[in-house]
Design a protein around this ligand. Structure first.
Ligand SMILES: [Zn+2]
Length: 482
């Protein structure tokens, strides 16, 4: 049994192709990509407009979406925004986070993304206690009740109460991604200090693992637990993957960084988003954050540096020379008044550019991509700093490289993940297919397919329904006004 889509026009091998027939097997993996087929075969769904490989959102913090449109009243800075963000983080528990993430991932699919790198650091209960290690309520006062409790809930019982609670937040995110149909690389984040040489604040307690060994042990446990619950099989049907992240040079001591060079797979890090981070790093270590990471052996082609906004020429040479990936988040960087990073210079030095929506001021793969080129034009006074082809590559192949996922191109052996854009809307009418990346918005996404299955059609999720309704549930779960 195969699933087939005939696309009027699609991005294949770095160019626009007409009459493209995509065939996927039962696992949702592409088995054939044929071009020049004039009409849709009777067993294929006809897809009109222009089809792109699914966008890869290489940097997300799902719960930050709940702050959208609520933080603009009093001006402020990145740091004052962060205070409001912590107040939302404090409300999350595994159940509510699952509800929030399901809505956010559904919006992401509607916005043109089919994969996400979830940079996740809200690991534990509010007081920092790891889930699965809490003492059952009342057992301290009543040991008999504890014994009864164990009798009532034998190991392996399938009911909800007996579910393993270790890694509960991570499981909630992964399940939300799988149920929405977005491919996730869960970037399990190490967050040990509140600032360089400073303990975590009470609101950061739930992010921390105490020591680097604490993080490495939990990370190994998570990797094992996910391998069991979400085995990685054929490219199309594998939706959940684990990676690692260093929150930032603020949150992980330099002495601990070499441990990340021991890990296999992608490593992500927030890098030089704010000048204050660079200054603190210089005064503590006498070097820039990039230099500190470089000396620790973690600046490699497996590294994704997120933001990379305030860099020196030396920093650019280090990141480019190692062929690291840079995750630019132009809409968030504009929203938080971070600045405009040197994306063109990084690309010229050898780095790979990808895109992320970070705190989700918008979840629109098109606007995010346009933001990259807009920033470049504004800071350089020149047009075409990134060609339309380079912009599409950043959104697709660049992100696939960042997250090490078998996506990013309509190619045999990769996942059948794609989005269709309307070419006849009032926004896109007249645009050349190869330039539509600069004119369409998420409103023009008519169809999102992942693993060969339709996930969102005309803004409605195929299985979860109205995405606004999912958000109503998410705001209710956090007792926030929607
Ligand atoms: Zn971030």
């Amino acid at each position: 049994m195969s699933t087939r889509y005939w696309c009027e026009s699609a991005w294949v091998d770095g160019a626009v192709a007409r009459g493209v027939l995509l065939s996927a097997d039962d696992t949702g993996t592409l088995t054939a990509v044929e071009t020049g087929i004039d009409t849709a075969p009777s067993d294929a769904e006809a897809v009109h407009g222009f089809v792109l490989p699914g966008g890869v959102n290489a940097h997300s913090h799902a719960f930050h979406r709940m702050l959208r449109g609520r933080t603009h009243g009093d001006g402020g800075t990145f740091w004052t925004w962060r205070e409001v963000m912590y107040s939302v983080a404090a409300k999350l528990d595994p159940q509510s986070y699952g509800t929030v993430a399901r809505a956010v991932f559904a919006e992401m699919l509607a916005g043109g993304y089919t994969s996400v790198g979830e940079f996740h650091y809200v690991h534990h209960a509010q007081d920092g206690t790891p889930y699965g290690t809490e003492r059952p309520r009342g057992d301290a006062a009543d040991p008999v009740a504890e014994a009864d409790d164990h009798t009532a809930r034998p190991r392996g019982d399938a009911n909800d109460d007996a579910e393993p609670r270790a890694h509960a937040m991570e499981r909630a995110l992964a399940r939300a991604a799988a149920s929405a149909g977005i491919r996730i690389r869960l970037l399990d984040t190490c967050y040990l200090t509140g600032a360089i040489d400073a303990e975590l604040s009470p609101e950061q307690a739930r992010f921390g693992d105490g020591t680097i060994d604490g993080y490495m042990d939990r990370h190994a446990g998570l990797t094992e637990a996910f391998a069991e619950e979400f085995p990685v099989n054929a490219p199309g049907e594998s939706f959940v993957h684990v990676g690692a992240a260093i929150h930032s040079i603020r949150a992980v001591p330099a002495a601990n960084l070499p441990r990340f060079a021991e890990l296999t797979g992608p490593v992500h890090v927030h890098l030089s988003e704010q000048p204050a981070e660079n200054e603190a790093c210089q005064s503590a270590y006498g070097a820039s954050p990039t230099e500190v990471l470089g000396r620790s052996g973690v600046v490699t082609d497996r590294l994704s540096a997120v933001h990379a906004t305030h860099l020196s020429e030396e920093d650019i040479a280090i990141l480019g020379g190692s062929r690291s990936t840079i995750v630019m988040c132009p809409c968030t960087e504009a929203d938080l008044a971070d600045g405009i990073g040197p994306a063109r210079e990084l690309a010229d030095a050898g780095a790979v550019i990808s895109l992320g929506s970070d705190q989700h001021v918008v979840l629109d793969a098109l606007r995010e991509t346009q933001g990259l080129e807009a920033g470049e034009r504004l800071r350089s006074g020149q047009r075409g700093r990134f060609s339309p082809t380079e912009l599409i590559t950043a959104l697709t192949e660049g992100g696939a490289r960042s997250l090490d996922l078998p996506v990013g191109a309509l190619e045999v052996g990769k996942a059948c993940d794609f989005v269709a854009l309307r070419t006849d809307s009032m926004r896109t009418m007249g645009s050349l297919d190869e330039q539509i990346i600069l004119t369409a918005t998420s409103t023009d996404v008519s169809l999102t397919v992942s693993g060969g299955r339709v996930r969102v059609r005309d803004g409605v999720h195929a299985e979860l329904g109205d995405i606004s309704e999912l958000y109503a549930q998410a705001f209710a779960a956090l007792e926030m006004e929607g």
